[in-house]
Every structure is written in C-alpha cells, then in structure tokens.
Design a protein around this ligand. Structure first.
Ligand SMILES: Nc1ncnc2c1ncn2[C@@H]1O[C@H](COP(=O)(O)OP(=O)(O)OP(=O)(O)O)[C@@H](O)[C@H]1O
Ligand SMILES: [Mg+2]
Length: 251
C-alpha cells in the first residue's frame, strides 16, 4: 500500500523574532527523539535553523537538514533533498518573517498543520492578528483548510501581555495550545544544536516539559488520520502518552 505518510508542519508568523526557529528546531529534535525520521527545512535566508543543525552533536538523534533558502547547484543535492522530503515521517518548516520572492501561498501548499508563535506584547499581538487574518483568509488556505494553532512564547510570570494574548485568542477560532516560558536555556540550546527533548537537556521544570507535550499532543491529535510509525524502534507509545496531556489557554 502506497500511502503518503509524511506530515508537513509549518512554523510561521510575519512578525520577526517571535520564536519560529526556536519552535521548529525543538519540534524537529522532539520528533527525532521519538524515533521518527525528520527533515528540518530552512526557508529563511538568515539560516538560523541551518546554523542550529550545524552545531548538533552527531551522537544525538539525527535530523536531515534541507536548506531551501539556498539554490542548490548540484543535481545530486536536489535529488537527495527531494527524496528526504517524501520519505521522512515529519518535515518541519522554519519560515522567514519577510517572504520576499518566496510566495506565501506557495508555502501553504501541502502543509498538514500550522504553528503560529506569538510573543505576549501589544506590538506582537497586533502584528500577529493581521498575520492570522491574512493566513486564514488566504485563497490557498481556504481551498484546503488545515489545523492552525498558536503557541504563546517567552511568557514571563504575571505578564499582563499574556493576559491580553489569552483574551485575543478567545476572540479567535484558533486554539492556543502551549505556553513557553522565557528561559535562557532556549538561547543555549540554539547555540548547541539541541532541543528540549534531547537527553542532554535534563534541567527542565515539569511545567516546561508539559507545555511541549501539549503541543506534541495537539499535533498528534490533528495529524492522527494517518498512523505514523517511528522509522526506528523508537518509543511508539510516547505519542499515546503525550496525547493524554491537555492544555487550554484558560488554565
Ligand atoms: N522561550 C524563549 N525563552 C528565551 N529566549 C527565547 C525563547 N524563544 C526564543 N528565544 C530567543 O529569541 C530570539 C528570537 O527567537 P527565534 O530566532 O526563534 O525567532 P524567529 O521568529 O525565528 O526570528 P526571525 O523572524 O528572525 O527568524 C532568539 O535569540 C531565541 O534564542
Ligand atoms: Mg528564524
């Protein structure tokens, strides 16, 4: 049976610095840790995901990098990239904030889920609301609507911005599925090519792990129409365990 099983997850927001690369790289590492074959597709000329990948210790679960922002001169490289994109379990796309000649509509094609990171600041909420409106009314999205969620990023305790973000999400038909705290660890991981689920990052609070499991659980539930089995003998039960985590922005 030849069933398309690759799941493509787009991390996107037209607002810069909201955490697209942080979420894309952590997600790629999380799926690799689960035993899945993963492609991290870097669409951004800034090449932050590519830099992260270059720092990654070869002893950690493998992630294939596809640098889509570069025009490859070598046929072999293009062929390898195309093969990787269709044979992997997950393709995580880190997108730029300024699309330039990369057409936004093209980016939406063939996606299975979209994650929009938003920082809890008035400027970011305002810019992100415009971006979400653009996304949800885009011709290509409306032709094939797919699950979209928001991740509140760099949230500090008692932040009034977070309250505003929660209020904003209540007015939208888009779920806020996870809240990531502002932590220096994310910057360290960016420099080291690691992710929160990598075994080397043990010093995390239960709450922070639970938020990532909430995001993974949401993705599992939205992408569950086609069963994805880990390529290796990775812990298949993890996806079931993760999907037990529930989180709402009202919490
Ligand atoms: N939860 C967090 N806690 C602390 N630092 C964070 C967090 N999320 C992101 N950062 C830091 O904020 C900066 C911007 O994050 P990131 O590069 O992921 O955003 P981006 O949306 O990809 O930016 P760009 O639009 O430039 O591509 C980085 O230095 C990153 O390490
Ligand atoms: Mg980025």
């Amino acid at each position: 049976m030849n069933v398309r099983h690759t799941k493509q997850i787009l991390v996107v927001n037209g607002k810069g610095g909201c955490g697209k690369t942080t979420i894309a790289t952590n997600l790629a590492a999380a799926y690799a840790c689960r035993g899945h074959s993963v492609v991290l597709k870097d669409q951004d000329h800034q090449a932050s995901s590519s830099h992260w990948h270059a720092q990654r210790n070869p002893g950690l679960p493998a992630i294939t990098l596809v640098e889509s922002h570069q025009r490859s001169a070598m046929y072999e490289t293009r062929a390898f990239q195309t093969r990787s994109l269709v044979t992997s379990d997950y393709v995580i796309i880190d997108s730029p904030s300024v699309f330039g000649d990369l057409h936004f509509g093209e980016l939406l094609k063939n996606m299975d889920a979209i994650i929009v990171p938003i920082l809890p600041s008035p400027f970011d909420i305002r810019a992100s609301s415009r971006f979400l409106a653009e996304l949800l009314t885009h011709r290509n999205y409306r032709a094939r609507p797919i699950p979209v969620c928001v991740v509140a990023n760099r949230v500090t305790q008692n932040s009034s911005g977070h309250e505003k973000l929660k209020h904003f999400l209540k007015c939208l038909d888009v779920p806020g599925v996870a809240t990531l705290h502002d932590m220096a660890l994310y910057t360290n991981m960016a420099e080291q090519g690691t992710g929160i689920m990598d075994s080397c990052n043990k010093n995390l609070g239960e709450q922070d792990i639970a938020q990532w499991q909430a995001l993974l659980g949401w993705l599992d539930s939205q992408l569950s129409d086609q069963q994805i089995s880990p390529a290796s003998k990775g812990p298949k039960s993890a996806s079931r365990r993760d999907s037990a985590f529930k989180f709402t922005v009202k919490a």
